[in-house]
Ligand binder design. Structure first.
Ligand code: XIL
Length: 351
């Protein structure tokens, strides 16, 4: 990948020389000077730059074109969640996830599987009744293994357990925790590993970008799991940031301490929201945050890549979930690049 990009860019330089010497004609040479995409820039650092997407958006042609050209990694925003993939007990539906996997394949993009075990967006059949521990264990194992097997060889990583901890570092009291105890996390990882020996297995959460009680809980748990030989490969930091709460300045140190445990890290759901209306000052600060978080990932060897939680304000989840907030992504609602986009390019070393 590295050589391809470098060759492409040398090609541009060569074309310029040839045009200056009157050997090549202008328009053909200019075609070679297409600026590198975020994906190409990231690849020069051995990283990916990705975006989430969601099935309904894929009817939007210009949106889909940019999604296919600018990024080399995709995460389905909803299509692989439990409510979508097992809408009735034991009845699996992978149509939505498959649509995104097929699109990614056509665009030579890798896919992050999101997510197998989460307290949110569960199907009604699961939340609507009581379960004994043996019953829920069987349900969980079957869900994980059926989905992981279906996407074996098609996703490079799984967010196996999503959002397992509270802000103070105690376990979130989900149906899984309450019924099965904290061991459900190790079990989920082991079941996923059995179903796909090669896929990278992650725990994923928000508000763990900085060093603090919640990221400490992950650090402790990861250390324990590694010591016990539980298959854990990485920690995903969602990075749903908000200007009004300040930048997580310990991000780089935090990424590094997980690397030292022998784990990959990734920024998995990045957005930087603000109180609306947006203005130039807020957009400039936002750009700086995108620059900083991209640089933090590049600075830590085992940070494997960055994924935006969709790339345009047109399809951001923020306005619906945080009323009065928005403008969180590097492209605006008209798919025009914002200052944040140019800041990311610079962070990735675009000349
Ligand atoms: C969000 C999706 O973007 C929305 O479309 C959906 O309605 C709710 O979930 N953390 C996660 C993601 O791990 O799955 C969430 O995605 C955002 C927060």
């Amino acid at each position: 990948m590295r050589t391809t990009t470098i060759r492409l860019r040398l090609c541009g330089a060569l074309a310029t020389v040839l045009v200056a010497a009157g050997i090549a004609s202008g328009p053909a040479a200019q075609a070679d000077e297409r600026p590198p995409t975020l994906a190409e820039l990231a690849q020069e650092h051995g990283r990916y730059y990705g975006s989430a997407t969601d099935n309904p958006e894929l009817t939007d042609g210009p949106y889909k074109a940019l999604l296919g050209s600018e990024f080399d990694q995709i995460t389905p925003g909803n299509g692989m969640k439990w409510y979508a993939t097992e809408p009735q007990q034991g009845v699996f539906d992978f149509a939505k996830g498959d649509e995104i996997v097929n699109l990614a394949r056509a665009n030579h993009q890798k896919v992050r599987g999101h997510t197998l075990v989460w307290h949110s967006q569960l199907p009604g059949w699961l939340t609507g009744r009581e379960w004994t521990a043996p019953e829920l264990r069987a349900v969980l194992k079957k869900h994980i293994q059926t989905e992981v097997r279906h996407y074996r060889g098609k996703v490079f990583a799984w967010d196996v357990v999503n959002e397992a901890f509270n802000e103070d570092g105690t376990y979130r009291e989900t149906v899984f925790y309450k019924t099965l105890g904290p061991g459900y996390i190790a079990d989920s990882l082991r079941w996923a590993r059995q179903a796909d020996p090669r896929v990278r297995l992650y725990l994923n959460d928000y508000n763990i970008e900085a060093v603090g009680p919640k990221s400490d809980a992950y650090h402790r748990l990861a250390k324990k799991l590694k010591a016990r030989g539980v298959p854990l490969d990485g920690i995903g930091m969602q990075a749903h940031l908000a200007l009004q709460y300040g930048y997580p300045t310990s991000l780089e140190d935090n990424l590094r301490r997980f690397s030292r445990l022998g784990l990959d890290t990734a920024l998995t759901e990045v957005d930087v929201r603000m109180l609306l209306p947006a203005d130039d000052a807020k957009l400039a600060t936002q750009a700086q945050w995108y620059r900083d978080l991209t640089e933090a990932c590049l600075a830590v060897r085992r940070c494997v890549g960055v994924t935006l939680w969709d790339y345009t304000d047109k399809y951001s989840w923020i306005p619906a979930f945080f009323p009065g907030e928005g403008a969180a992504l590097p492209w605006d609602e008209e798919l025009r690049p914002k200052p944040a986009y140019f800041a990311i390019r610079e962070a990735l070393g675009d000349e």
